[in-house]
Write a protein that binds this ligand. Structure first.
Ligand code: FA5
Length: 344
């Protein structure tokens, strides 16, 4: 019995030392197999109990089971300690350094021409004009004929046209065909609409002219609408868009679908009227064409020109954006160069 007690004490001391020195899960598992496995030292001793005297067996069994119990507790504790150590190591490895500089998040933004287009539409909306959308692909009839520009009319030269392979179908050269569509839809109600949209012209690309650009058309139809209404409304728009102190002026012009016709200039935004290269030393910048809707166009839209009258205008948001931001070449707009676009 004393021999057994000594053997158990020695075994326990070595096993405890083995458990304590196991520094990872794999080593601990090897230690467990060595001491607790079916062929392990503990099992060998327990098996040996069967060969002892029956009188000594209960006390020896108790002693051996106590050692076994203590070692099992030590094994569980070591397992738990190693799991905690592994977790702590993983947390340390994955720790975030919140003082490191962040990754810049690149967010999109609205195109400068979209920003100005929205601002223009917003101003017209506050002045009681409804936004009306019209199509990009138009008929020759809508784009020209119903706007008082029959085939072979010399004014067709003002709009170099992209024709499609389908006879009589083209890309609209201006937003004015939307006037006819709006009149036919709203008739006989009075109309106050603006029509923003893309236009296409088969012309030489230069610093001031693109083959694709926006326009915002405006149309008001009702009883007793006069040229004074046109001027007052456009002056009010210009003051909201460019500032109340800006001077504006109207120059007589010609469009087949308005009579009389005019163009509106604002005092140069760059030099304030004293003359510079942007305004070609004139002190003025043209921003739109306008006029009183031609009686024949009113008729084509379904309105009796003896009862109704109206005004219309068409402006180019890219040209206005160029003035507002001092952009000297319209080709930047659709070149998709981020160095340009990121400035807005
Ligand atoms: C017209 O297109 C007329 N439909 C405007 C109008 C509407 C007059 C209603 C009367 C009544 P114009 O060709 O001038 O007119 O074009 C109007 C505006 O569109 C110009 O002032 C300019 O700002 C813009 N624009 C015209 N062509 C180009 C182009 N190639 N590139 C960029 N902007 C252009």
């Amino acid at each position: 019995m004393t021999d057994l007690a000594q053997a158990l004490a020695a075994l326990e001391a070595t096993a405890q030392a083995d458990l304590a020195s196991a520094s990872d899960a794999a080593t601990l598992e090897a230690v467990r197999v060595r001491w607790f496995g079916r062929k392990g030292s503990l099992a060998t001793i327990l098996r040996g109990l069967g060969e002892m005297d029956a009188a000594e067996r209960p006390a020896a069994g108790k002693l051996a089971n106590e050692v076994k119990r203590r070692l099992e507790v030590a094994l569980e504790e070591r397992q738990a300690a190693l799991v905690a150590l592994a977790q702590a190591a993983a947390l340390t490895a994955a720790r975030l350094d919140v003082t490191l500089p962040g990754q810049p998040v690149t967010i999109g933004r609205l195109h400068p021409s979209t920003q100005v287009l929205r601002r223009i539409c917003q101003i017209w909306a506050t002045m009681g004009f409804q936004i009306y959308r019209s199509r990009d692909v138009e008929s020759d009839e809508m784009n020209f004929e119903l706007l008082n520009i029959p085939a072979h009319h010399p004014a067709r030269d003002m709009w170099d046209t992209f024709y499609t392979t389908t006879e009589g179908v083209l890309l609209r050269t201006h937003t004015s065909p939307g006037q006819i569509r709006a009149m036919r839809e709203f008739h006989p109600e009075p109309i106050r609409v603006v029509l923003p949209g893309m236009c296409y012209r088969y012309e030489q690309i230069t610093a001031r002219s693109e083959i694709q650009f926006h326009q915002v058309e405006g149309l008001a139809v009702g009883r007793n609408i006069t040229m004074t209404d046109l001027k007052g409304t456009l002056i009010s728009f210009a003051h909201r868009m460019f500032g109340a102190e800006r001077k504006v002026r109207f120059r007589a012009s010609y469009f087949p679908f308005t009579e009389p016709s005019a163009e509106m200039d604002v005092e140069c935004l760059i030099c304030g009227g004293s003359g510079c290269s942007i305004c070609k030393q004139s002190g003025w910048l043209e921003i739109l064409g306008c006029g009183m809707v031609h009686p024949r166009v009113l008729q084509n839209g379904g309105y009796d020109p003896d009862v109704y009258s109206g005004f219309a205008f068409g402006m180019g948001p890219e040209r206005i954006t160029m003035l507002l931001h001092r952009i000297d070449d319209i080709r930047y707009f659709w070149a998709n160069d981020l160095r340009f676009l990121e400035q807005f």
